[in-house]
Design a protein. Structure first.
Length: 160
């Protein structure tokens, strides 16, 4: 199969003009909306450290979420192909960002901590192994310039 390109389009609209625009650093809200055709609007802000609303999603949250979500989707697909029946998956992901004195910064790592439950004890070993190939295939992890680490826990669904 040859290379294919996929395109993604969305709109980010700043909604935080409080009457005087960006007349000063404190004069405006960091609120914004992320929208795409046919999808619900996602409201966002800056990280609270940068005068953002802690109740809103920020770009740093969304980057960690994108890495976690991409890994989840690849992992589930690989498990299905390998005959590993996943009955539950919860990832307690976290990211670390380093900020320089001039305000610039970058992520230094993201750690994914998925707890995966499989239907049968015979599937535990293969379930653990498939995190490697999922990472290797994850579109988002392949696109970032910092380490994405994995600390999975595999459980067996004793109710099955």
């Amino acid at each position: 199969m040859g290379q294919r390109e996929h395109s993604y389009a969305l709109t980010v609209r700043w909604t935080g003009n409080q009457g005087t625009g960006t007349s000063s650093y404190r004069s405006y809200s960091r609120e914004h909306e992320i929208s795409a055709e046919g999808k619900p609007v996602l409201t966002g802000s800056a990280d609270p450290a940068f005068r953002g609303d802690p109740a809103q999603w920020n770009p740093e949250d969304l980057l960690v979420a994108a890495l976690s979500e991409c890994h989840l989707l690849w992992y589930l697909a690989l498990c299905a192909q390998a005959g590993v029946v996943v009955t539950d998956y919860v990832d307690a992901a976290s990211g670390t960002m380093a900020q320089q004195a001039d305000g610039a910064g970058q992520f230094t790592e993201v750690v994914l901590r998925p707890t995966v439950t499989v239907a049968d004890a015979a599937m535990v070993e293969k379930a653990a192994e498939l995190h490697g190939p999922a990472h290797e295939k994850c579109f988002i992890a392949r696109s970032v310039n910092f380490p994405v680490k994995h600390e999975p826990t595999i459980l067996c669904d004793t109710a099955a």
